[in-house]
Structures are given as C-alpha cells and as structure tokens.
Design a protein around this ligand. Structure first.
Ligand code: SF4
Length: 427
C-alpha cells in the first residue's frame, strides 16, 4: 500500500511567493487566543520567521518566512499550547470565524465555535474535501458575514432546549461571489453538527475538485440541493453536547471593548507579546483577532477602562481609525496581482473625510481574502495589463455595498490614477 502524499495545506501551510519560504496559519475559534498562546505564536515567529505576525479577516493568525525544515518544530511549538493548525488551509473545514465578538451573547457564540472546531478539525471524514469549507457563527445579520460562508450560523435565541441558529448555506466570494441562502431557521444546537455533516457529505460526493458548495448549489439548484441534504442519514439526527465545565475564554464586552488597530493586519511579534502582557493585566489574559485584522481586548471590570486605553496609546498602539482590510497581495502571496499594502497607502492619501468614514477592503486578486464585497467600498486587483513598454501594471475593480446582499462592481478595470480619482470623488 502506498503512503498518501503529504499535504502541507491540511496542516495550514502555504508556500509563499518567495521560493523556499512558507506561511503557517493558526486556527483560532471565533478569533479567541489566550495570552500564553499569543506569546507562543510570537516566539515561533521570532525563532523561525522574521518576527512578523499577520492577522486575517477570518480571525486566524499567520506566521510568514518559515523554512521547510523548521515546519515540524513550528507545529510542535504551537501544539504545546493547544493551538491547532490542522485544516487551516486546503480542502478542509477552516477556522470557525465570528465577527460578533463585541455582542452581549458572544460567550455562547465562542462556545459553538469551539464545539465546531473540536468536531471538524482533523476529522478525516471532512478532510480532502473538493475545496475549502468555511463556517461562520454570528450574533445577527448586521455585518452580512453569514452570507459569505459555506455554512453561516446566525444566533436566533435560546429556549428550554438550548440555543438556536438560522442556517445559511452556499455563500462565498472569489471570482463568482454568491450570497448564501437561508436553509433553515431556528435550528436547535443539537442538530447543528449533524446537519453540517450532511451538507459536507453532499458537497464531498457531488462536487468536482476545486469547487465550493456554492458551485454545487448553482449546478443542481437549491431544491435539489435541499433534497440531497435531507436524504443524508445525519440530517434528522441530534447530537447533544456532553455537559462539561465552561471553556469559553472571552467575557462579554459590554462597552469595555478596545480594538488595537494594525495596518493590513501586520504587527511585529514583539507587539503581540506586549499585547499579551496587557491582556494578562487588563483583560483576564484573553486577546481576540478580529474580522477587521485588529486585536481586541475586553477590559475586565476590575480594571480601569480609561486607564487601559491610555496605557495602550502610551505604548504606541493605535486605537480606532479608518477600517481598511488588506490582504498580503503580491508582497507575499503567490497569486497576488498587486502590492496591496503599498497601493493602499496611495489610496488612503487620496481619501477625504467622507471616504475615511467608510469601511474599506482591498484584495490582491479575485479570491477576495480581504472581503471587499462586504466593505462600504471594496477594491480588487482584477487583472494585469501590458503597456506600450511591455510593463505589466494592475487594473482595479471598485465595489460599493448596497442596501442588502454583497457589494457589486461600480467601476471596473481602473488604473491606479483612475481609482484614486474615484476615491477623491467620494470626498
Ligand atoms: S486575495 Fe488573492 S492575493 Fe490576496 S491573499 Fe487572497 S489569494 Fe492572495
């Protein structure tokens, strides 16, 4: 019997654009990480990488500039503090994301995210799927992030049988963005895992390699997709959670949440260590990677909130400011079409007060990792065009968000100058 080929992606590893360098992604359920774990991530980056950390729009953490020979030791160092990388990339159930960390009911959402991660991470029944399988848990529909998941769960209340969630299926961004559709309302928490298993099995069996759930839904139609899911043995099953002590780390924030902002989600490992120390002192030892690529702290009731903000500012951290999500683009990513962080700087220079008040997101290719279709104004590097001298320069699509659903293209294929003019027009 021949051994299965080793699959770096299932261990959360991508090759960087730079030959011989690798990126390790770490899954954080609902973006939550303890101070001890954050220090371990920082230490890995300092020891094996270049001392930089990247925060993704799905609340995961990435460590770049790793050597192939160091990857096993990197994995061991992260595992020692209970962090998992399994399924962080490739055809697997990815990190369970949550953009509602500031909501009053966040501990229930973190509980569900942890339960889902525990069930699906490294479960061989749900690895080697045709492509990524994304799950998000949200407090409400406000941020529309439930629309871009393969499975989007939106809290729908509690009753005597536990929590209930509205379930949306088949959403995704990429070259053909599609908003998820409402599959079932008020699903009891006991049915969530069996129902997701049914969806994942239908997906695995009926979808060609490289395609998402949304592709299958488009191919066979919503009605037939529902029928196939309902025929799965686990469709009607219940899987009650075995009672145990609470394992949530993050307390509800109330109005004691502080977001520490990082341009493009990049910070140094030393900054992460410093924030871990702040978290120990002020926030019960818990940090949160946010959907806007920042780090949030929920300041404990025993700590002085105003004093915490001022101490963070004095330490040189930026609190608040324009939200501008940015993917790594061609700085690091093999398929990036433009140097996103550099270009974002030029775009910010063109912004007036009205533009600065909007949320922005910029992706270096159609994969849309920065989620430009969910920002007030989104930008995608859509193509490269050769000029008369044979130089290839990027073109950009500008997206705007409407009253509902995903944002759409309002100005396609702009040069950088044309894009900056559009930004200036916003005011
Ligand atoms: S959007 Fe494209 S360029 Fe940016 S990180 Fe994702 S795959 Fe890479």
């Amino acid at each position: 019997m021949s051994a299965q080929p080793f699959d770096y992606r299932l261990d959360g590893i991508y090759r960087q654009r730079q030959e011989g360098s690798f990126m390790q992604r770490v899954k954080l359920p609902a973006g939550v990480i303890s101070a001890e774990q954050a220090r371990a991530v920082a230490d890995v980056s300092l020891r094996f990488g270049h001392g930089t950390i990247h925060l993704t729009t799905r609340g995961s953490i990435e460590i770049h500039w790793l050597k192939e020979s160091d990857l096993p030791e990197v994995k061991r160092a992260l595992s020692k503090v209970g962090l998992t990388t399994r399924g962080a990339c490739g055809g697997a159930v990815r990190g369970i994301t949550c953009s509602s960390q500031g909501a009053a009911g966040f501990p229930a959402l973190e509980t569900m995210a942890r339960r889902l991660q525990r069930h699906f991470a490294g479960n061989p029944r749900f690895e080697r799927l045709p492509k990524k399988f994304k799950i998000g848990v949200e407090a409400d529909n406000a941020g529309r992030r439930h629309l871009i998941q393969d499975v989007g769960l939106v809290f729908a209340g509690n009753d005597t049988e536990g929590s209930r969630f509205d379930m949306y299926l088949g959403g995704g961004l990429g070259r053909e963005p599609q908003a998820g559709f409402l599959f079932e309302t008020a699903v009891n928490e006991k049915r969530i895992i069996p129902l997701i298993e049914a969806v994942a099995r239908v997906y695995a069996v009926h979808t060609p390699p490289g395609k998402r759930v949304k592709h299958l839904v488009r191919e066979i139609g919503e009605a037939e997709f529902r029928r196939r899911v309902s025929m799965e043995p686990s469709f009607a099953e219940e899987l009650p959670a075995i009672a145990g002590l609470p394992e949530t780390l993050a307390p509800a924030a109330g109005n004691r949440r502080i977001e520490v902002c990082f341009f493009g989600g990049f910070l140094s490992a030393l900054q992460l260590k410093e924030l871990a120390d702040f978290a120990d002192e002020l926030a019960d030892g818990v940090l949160m990677a946010t959907a806007n690529q920042d780090i949030a702290l929920h300041i404990s009731s025993a700590s002085d909130f105003a004093g915490a903000s001022s101490a963070l500012r004095q330490a040189g951290f930026e609190l608040g400011g324009t939200t501008f999500r940015i993917c790594p683009g061609s700085h690091l990513c093999r398929v990036g079409l433009s140097p996103t962080s550099d270009i974002a700087g030029t775009i910010i220079d063109a912004m007036g007060p009205a533009a600065k008040a909007l949320t922005w997101a910029f992706s270096g290719c159609h994969n849309s990792c920065a989620q430009p279709q969910l920002a007030d104004a989104g930008i995608v590097s859509s193509t490269l065009v050769k000029d008369e001298q044979g130089e290839r320069s990027p073109r950009f699509d500008l997206y705007r968000l409407g009253d509902q659903g995903l944002g759409g293209v309002v100005a396609p294929s702009l040069t950088l100058d044309e894009l900056c003019s559009k930004v200036r027009e916003i005011g």
